[in-house]
Write a new protein. Structure first.
Length: 438
């Protein structure tokens, strides 16, 4: 799904679609690990500086009496930071887990990835851990000697750095609370999902595309030999290297987001020297859930989930469903003039080496409207917003995109007719309104 390109093709860089960066963003251990390593290095640096302060004081004045008076106060500060910060971490992030549980039940379990990917959340947690570890290491380096002749270190720089880290931790904590409160509000969650979806769509618009070469009937089919799970993304660069090494064209069988199990066909190989299935499996990221990375339809899936959960009898919040439809309307309008079809990835010599299937326009429209229409047919606020969205899309859609939208319009009228027996209520429910009902 991209714009057609003509003329000389510039070199294609697959770095934006490299899985490593996305995998690190999806993890919650990498940033705290880096922060703890930095804390260890910083503690070693400040320990050397503290020793240098004592040596310089002896060289300048021949006495460390002033430093001895500062020594006990500095140790008290560092000890307080060490004990208080661990309690602070436990309380704050225990409350956060409760907030995440509430968000999962209110919106959708799939939106919890927004919290895991939040840079601010990771920064706050990492700095708090680093502050605790730094204070702990400083305590290990204490020189308890009270004899000026034997004193080698006074935690001057260590105590100053500990206080600065505490101030930074408190500042990040305030920002973290503000960010968490925003993410507990459904408009901000919907906005984040829509923005990430737009980023994925724009990313794929930059990928090269042309009519995909069909896999020949004699193409060799490789079966999946890895673990079962959802195909989260593929390492495009690695697959290109494998295909180029074997002088073949790889046709990926499952789409990103499909569930695959051992024995599932994963690649059809057009070439005389098919690679081993295990090498292909190493380029596939299989997990327990989907991610936005390389998944064109997962953003729609999340928005639809939020909408139909809001329309459930237990929640009964059609306004939230309308807000989700607003963003679905936005994403579909972006896709109206795009080309759909399999993506062709080329190697550095310009030869097509990997053909990747992506969702078509019909499947995306079905995903966007079907479940919301079925769950919201009895809510005039939702049906009026759906009618307005379809009218707007039909107004700007090219001819090749209109049949699917017209079909959804007919199905919406049929669903409302079945739900509303009164002709006046039915007419009211099908009147287009961008706000639903005000």
């Amino acid at each position: 799904m991209t714009d057609r390109q003509t003329g000389p093709r510039p070199p294609v860089r697959y770095r934006p679609l490299s899985p490593l960066r996305e995998h690190l963003r999806e993890s919650f251990w990498f940033a705290p690990l880096l922060a703890c390593v930095a804390a260890v290095l910083l503690a070693g640096l400040t320990a050397e500086l503290d020793e240098a302060v004592v040596s310089q004081s002896v060289a300048d004045t021949g006495s460390v009496d002033e430093l001895l008076r500062f020594n006990s106060a500095a140790k008290s500060v560092v000890s307080t930071v060490s004990s208080a910060m661990l309690t602070f971490i436990g309380v704050v992030f225990s409350i956060s887990l409760v907030a995440l549980q509430m968000a999962a039940s209110q919106f959708s379990p799939r939106v919890l990835r927004l919290y895991v990917r939040s840079r601010l959340t990771k920064a706050a947690f990492s700095v708090c851990l680093a502050t605790f570890l730094f204070a702990l290491l400083v305590q290990f380096s204490y020189d308890d000697s009270t004899d000026p002749a034997k004193l080698t270190s006074v935690p001057v720089f260590s105590s100053v750095v500990a206080v600065l880290l505490v101030v930074l931790s408190l500042g990040l904590f305030v920002l973290y609370v503000q960010s968490t409160m925003r993410l507990l509000r459904v408009p901000h969650v919907i906005d984040r999902v829509a923005n990430e979806s737009m980023a994925v769509l724009l990313q794929y618009r930059l990928m090269p595309a042309e009519p995909a070469p069909p896999a020949p009937p004699e193409a060799y089919t490789l079966l999946h030999e890895g673990r079962s799970g959802v195909l989260r993304d593929v390492n495009i660069g690695r697959l290109l290297r494998i295909a180029r090494k074997h002088d073949a064209v790889l046709h990926l069988v499952p789409r990103i987001g499909d569930f695959i199990a051992p024995g599932t066909p994963i690649v059809r190989v057009a070439g005389e020297r098919p690679p081993r299935s295990r090498r292909i499996a190493q380029a596939l990221n299989v997990g327990v859930d989907r991610t936005m990375h390389q998944d064109l339809s997962f953003g729609f899936r999340q928005l639809v989930d939020i909408a139909i959960r809001a329309l459930s009898p237990a929640v009964n919040d059609p306004t939230t469903a309308v807000q989700a439809v607003d963003r679905i309307h936005q994403l579909l309008a972006t896709l109206l003039h795009e080309s759909f079809g399999d993506l062709c990835h080329r190697d550095r010599n310009g030869a097509v080496r990997l053909v990747e299937p992506v969702p078509g326009w019909s499947s995306i429209v079905d995903l966007a409207f079907t479940e919301i229409r079925l769950c919201g047919a009895g809510h005039p606020q939702v049906t009026r917003r759906l009618t307005a969205a379809l009218d707007d899309l039909l107004r700007i859609a090219p001819d090749r995109r209109r049949p699917e939208l017209l079909e959804q319009q007919v199905l919406l009228v049929r669903a409302v007719t079945q739900e509303q027996a009164d002709p006046e209520v039915r007419a009211f429910a099908l009147r287009p309104d961008r706000q639903g009902i005000g």
